[in-house]
Design a protein. Sequence first.
Length: 129
Amino acid sequence: MSRNLSANHREVANHREITVKVTRSLYASEDAIDAALTQVAKFVAEMPAARQKANFAACVGQEAIAEAVNAMTALNQAREAMVKAHDALAVVRDQFGLQPVGFGSDPRKPEWAGIPGLSVVATTSASAA
């Protein structure tokens, strides 16, 4: 019995180690996509500002801006896919009865996220009342 219990503890510890490793990789991937999206957004904003500062015609650099916006769109699609991957991993976690993994004080989801029966509702401002 002791041997089976010890093997079970090793298996649980192994699953936890794997879960933490995958979670860290997931968070790093999400952060990398967000960083890339942020940088490309800065780049897109910089181009028309540079054109204005140089006093060039509006058509100058338009194709470059359009292609950079296409890159932003692709990064946004990658971000959406990572969110779906995150949700899919949560399903796998639940299927195997694994514990959720969080790191420090960096909550990745709002408090209401993932709580069955709860959803965000529109709020009205006091001036609208």
